[in-house]
Ligand binder design. Structure first.
Ligand code: PXL
Length: 277
């Protein structure tokens, strides 16, 4: 392993709202990981705001990845994609990197929606095509909405019993990934993540805050990626990410900021920096 692991982060840059690259860059850096962004789109704010600008960067991506052809990465972390055409481009990048370095691992956050709804830029075709990327991934981190979209299951809310969550994870595995982490599963006054790997499921939960902030999935996946890149086992990395998101959402609740402004994680980043294996 490199002293400073190298991660390619394929995600959008949203100018306001704490999500995607504005979350991944500081989190991975403070965890001692070199993060190399490949922007899929530039937005003035994330799509949860009533108005935003959206610059689709699909046409620039093939050359962008070509110019990286001589680089190799320890992990590829893929998040928000800006168009249907990006699926194929990203798939080719995954394959080229795996061919170059068999130890390269892929963390795919299939960012598509939340609370039973698709994000406004996510067409059904894009959701369908996302299954092709899941087949290439080592680890996927869908929330329940995304897990339902990927498996064609009916969304019945954020509460899932153990047996229902394990069944959903099993269906995700049939899409061809090596491990699945279903995020944001509510059970009584806890919220947790189900890790499914090697035929075994493990649910790790933390106390739940009453408010849903945007960008929690990006924060979770970014910390998870940092911990994995630093060599943690998947279940341990999930526990670390879950604890950090819980700490940050409790802090945000205390700060009383608008939910669409995301999780106020900046004052807590230094604590995450103490985490170096
Ligand atoms: O947090 C996921 C996300 C990422 N990127 C963009 C978004 C969202 C959620 O709304 O709009 C642009």
């Amino acid at each position: 392993m490199r002293t400073v692991p190298r991660v390619a982060c394929i995600n959008d840059l949203s100018g306001f709202g704490r999500c995607s690259l504005t979350t991944a860059l500081p989190v991975l850096s403070v965890m001692g990981v070199q993060v190399c962004p490949a922007p899929t789109a530039v937005l003035s704010m994330h799509t949860g705001f009533p108005q935003y600008t959206f610059l689709d960067l699909t046409d620039s991506l093939p050359d962008y990845f070509d110019s990286w052809a001589r680089l190799d990465f320890d992990w590829i972390y893929s998040g928000f994609l800006g168009s249907l055409g990006q699926i194929d481009i990203v798939k080719r990048f995954f394959r080229a990197q795996k061919a170059k370095n068999p130890h390269c691992r892929i963390l795919l956050d299939p960012v598509m929606g939340d609370e039973g709804r698709r994000y406004s830029t996510y067409t059904l075709e894009l959701c369908d095509a996302m299954r092709e990327l899941v087949a290439e991934a080592d680890v996927i981190t869908p929330n329940i909405t995304e897990a339902c979209l990927l498996t064609g299951s009916l969304y019945c809310g954020e509460c899932l019993h153990d047996a229902e969550a394990v069944k959903l994870a099993g269906e995700l595995m049939q899409l061809g990934c090596s491990a699945a982490v279903i995020t944001g599963i509510v059970q009584e006054n806890c919220i947790g993540n189900l890790t499914y790997i090697g035929g075994k499921a493990q649910y790790s939960a933390v106390h739940r805050t009453e408010c849903l902030f945007s960008g929690t999935g990006d924060l979770f996946a970014s910390v998870l990626c940092g911990a994995l890149a630093r060599g943690e086992q998947l279940a341990d990395a999930v526990a670390i990410a879950g604890r950090f998101v819980s700490e940050a959402t409790q802090y945000t609740l205390h700060m009383n900021t608008p939910a669409e402004e995301g999780v106020v994680f900046e004052p807590l980043l230094a604590g995450l920096g103490g985490y170096v294996k």
